[in-house]
Design a protein around this ligand. Structure first.
Ligand code: ADP
Ligand code: MG
Length: 291
């Protein structure tokens, strides 16, 4: 598998006649980039991801892979859905086999792969998602977080070039989220480009190198530092700036950090504060006793 360039341009989609959910939405998932799609509940994130994955057909606009629009024949859609895997927000929309291994094997079996290749893909996917111990468990007995990992493993077993994850961190505990992002880094190294939807702006700031904000059926996509410093855009999209951006901005206003400081992780904030402290030696109060 290798990174590929997935784009959606000027997409329109409505579930009901006359009610458009997407009104000219774009998304650019460049090869090897990390794209976070942000938006309030009901803003159209899942709809946009389904259009990009080829599971919904937009009323207008183009979805392209490496610059070529999707071939909407049965064969073309099959090829697109194999290269671009979407993991639904709710794992129960995706899991239907009796046990975990069978569910993860479903896609590879449908590709007509040999039993050995299927087994190898299932083993690798279970290992990547740290769920080898669940291999023979009935899926309906698993916790929500476990079912979510099984659903992701099923997509990973298809060895996609682009993996679209719809709210992958919703309902997962903090350690589970860390483990998931370690897994995503492994997948990226193996040639899969990852885009995900979330309404967690802090997570998007820390993880993504490109952020798209969905509001009123359209998207605006840019670098995280640009998006998160646009308070008007965030307000319009009913999103809150990440705490790190707000704190860094206040520290700039207080003259503690230089105006160009734009930390995206707590480590970067700490390092910026350290540099600022070194650049500006502490003033010693007049009444202090010098050693
Ligand atoms: N299958 C459907 N039938 C009718 N309306 C739908 C369907 N799925 C989503 N919608 C509507 O489309 C809008 C966008 O939904 P969705 O894409 O799920 O938003 P998000 O993922 O950002 O929460 C919402 O108003 C939602 O009620
Ligand atoms: Mg959704």
């Amino acid at each position: 598998m290798s990174h590929r360039h997935l784009t959606g341009s000027d997409l329109h989609y409505g579930y009901e006649r006359g009610v458009e959910v997407l009104r000219g939405a774009d998304l650019d998932v460049a090869p090897g980039s990390r794209v976070a799609l942000l938006g309030a509940n009901g803003s159209g994130k899942s709809t946009l991801l389904q259009c990009l994955a080829g599971t919904l057909r937009p009323d207008a606009g183009d979805v392209s892979l490496d610059g070529r629009p999707i071939d909407r024949s049965r064969r073309g859609l099959r090829a697109h859905r194999q290269a671009v895997q979407l993991v639904f927000q709710d794992p129960d929309d995706q899991l239907f086999s009796a046990d975990v291994a069978e569910d993860v094997a479903y896609g590879p079996v449908n590709l007509g792969l040999s039993a050995t290749e299927v087994r190898e893909r299932v083993d690798r996917a279970l290992d990547l998602l740290h769920i080898t111990n669940l291999r023979n468990r009935p899926t309906h007995q698993l916790s929500f977080g476990q079912r979510k990992r099984v659903a992701i493993a099923g997509a990973v077993a298809m060895r996609p070039c682009v993996l679209l994850l719809d709210e992958p961190t919703a309902g997962i505990d903090p350690c589970g989220v860390d483990a998931l992002f370690d897994t995503l880094a492994d997948l990226e190294r193996a040639g899969t480009t990852v885009a995900l939807s979330t309404h967690d702006t802090a997570l998007a700031l820390e993880w993504a190198d490109s952020v798209a904000v969905m509001s009123a059926g359209v998207t605006r996509q840019d670098r995280p530092s640009i998006i998160f410093s646009d308070s008007g855009l965030l307000q319009q999209a009913h999103l809150k700036a990440p705490w790190l951006t707000t704190l860094a901005r206040d520290l700039v206003l207080d003259g503690i950090l230089p105006p160009d400081a734009a930390p995206t992780t707590p480590e970067q904030l700490r390092s910026a504060l350290r540099s600022a402290a070194v650049d500006r030696p502490r003033t010693v109060p007049a009444n202090s006793v010098m050693p």
